[in-house]
Design a protein around this ligand. Structure first.
Ligand code: NI
Length: 161
């Protein structure tokens, strides 16, 4: 596995609609592994393909819970409910944090590395991380949703991400 370099804002690729994945080949498997390694190396809980310069609908999420690593290929939110507001950050915006409101619960349909469809239900922090990454695949950055920016020193008490 390889640690890739993360694209920092501003960059055109971060604001693009990504292309659906159609080839579920070995290259995709390697890319997902590299993305996961890159995410861990950057101490993140999620990483989307445009953040490593690839305009495809691919993301990895791992918030350190019992589900562990989740590969999301061509993910679609098919159900959402409730509301939560908490602090978010983004590996493409080092040192920037702000509160964002999002649905508390989501049900997502996606494909795995072999192209098999699966559903995942998530709430709270995992739902937030998944929604943040799916936004990336449509060129939507968390800064467009921030209600209030938070100073890095005031982050204590927030989970952060
Ligand atoms: Ni992000």
């Amino acid at each position: 596995m390889a640690v890739l370099s993360i694209v920092m804002h501003p960059a055109e690729i971060l604001e693009k609609e990504c292309e659906p994945v159609r080839q579920f080949d070995k290259k995709l498997k390697i890319l997902l592994n590299d993305m996961y390694e890159t995410m861990l190396a950057a101490d993140g809980v999620g990483l989307a393909a445009p953040q490593i310069g690839i305009d495809q609908q691919i993301a990895v999420v791992d918030i350190g819970d019992e589900l562990g690593r989740i590969n999301l290929i061509n993910p679609i939110i098919i159900e959402k409910s409730g509301e939560q507001t908490d602090v978010e950050g983004c590996l493409s915006f080092p040192g920037l944090y702000g509160t964002v409101s999002r649905p508390y619960y989501v049900k997502v349909k996606a494909q795995d590395v072999k192209g098999r469809f699966f559903y995942i239900e998530a709430e709270d922090y995992l739902a937030r991380a998944i929604q943040h990454e799916i936004d990336h695949l449509h060129g939507i950055l968390f800064t467009s949703k921030v209600l209030k920016y938070i100073d890095e020193e005031d982050l204590e008490g927030y989970e952060g991400e």
